[in-house]
Design a binder for this molecule. Structure first.
Ligand code: PEP
Length: 247
């Protein structure tokens, strides 16, 4: 079985003005012989200019969310088709900040995955437990439940990835132990195989939550870890490169 090609994606969240494109340019310029595909997901306002800034480089540009519908009366929202036209190739869906802050359910995330595929975007689907859920011994059940609920069958044969992001590790500086990451990634892989058969081996399973240059090598080389979704440390090229080049 060939391992999936790793993906290292930066999630800029609601950070970045035009001046920040210099960090994206510096990231593209500093990537060595990485085995990974690399992406940056800036705020939607920077998708088109970032595509321009990164023209000729292998760094992909992604979005951070999309609406399930292609168009309509949804003030403030953006469809997958719009994001793809602006230059996005991937889209982060079901991030815990959206699940918690906007009440996104597994069913809504699945509808957004459907929309992403319709619009030609490669979904990165986020799952992860809260600290209370982990302390209660529910982490595996919660996460595999999110996997089952958020991934529609039409993903079979398409390009996509799952990002395991424990909520308590995002932006906190806390990270699970390598054993905890491997246990969860193995459980996610087993669930994907149950859901998709042989196609369940195709998507990389990214780890996300306080990845930084100092811990990147250990995390990226853990069993079943197929890359990383990186928040804060993707905003500065030096830090993001320290992660990318740790693989
Ligand atoms: C994220 O929000 O997807 C994330 C992983 O954030 P951080 O790396 O800052 O913990």
């Amino acid at each position: 079985m060939t391992a999936p090609t790793p993906l290292i994606a930066g999630n800029w969240k609601m950070n970045g003005l035009a001046a920040s494109l210099d960090e994206a340019r510096a990231t593209a310029a500093g990537i060595g012989q990485s085995r990974a595909r690399v992406a940056i997901c800036p705020p939607a306002t920077l998708i088109r200019p970032m595509r321009g800034a990164l023209a000729g480089s292998a760094v992909l540009v992604g979005a951070q969310d999309c609406h399930p519908q292609a168009s309509g009366a949804f003030t403030g929202d953006l469809s997958a088709e719009m994001l793809a036209e602006a230059g996005a190739r991937l889209v982060i869906l079901g991030h815990s900040e959206r699940r918690a802050g906007y009440g996104e359910t597994d069913a809504l995330v699945a509808a957004k995955v459907h929309a992403a595929l319709r619009g030609g975007l490669e979904p990165i689907v986020c799952v992860g437990e809260t600290l209370d859920q982990r302390k209660a011994g529910d982490a595996l059940g919660v996460v595999t439940g999110q996997v089952r609920g958020s991934l529609p069958p039409e993903l079979a044969g398409r390009a996509w990835s799952v990002a395991y992001e424990p909520v308590w590790a995002i932006g906190t500086g806390l990270t699970p132990t390598t054993a905890q990451i491997e246990e969860m990634h193995r459980a996610i892989r087993a669930t994907l195989r149950e859901m998709f058969g042989g196609d369940g081996d195709m998507p990389p399973i990214l780890y996300g939550g306080s990845v930084k240059p100092a811990n990147a090598a250990e995390i990226l080389h853990a069993a079943e870890v197929g890359g990383a979704l990186v928040g804060g440390a993707s905003l500065k090229a030096a830090d993001f490169l320290g992660i990318i080049n740790a693989l």
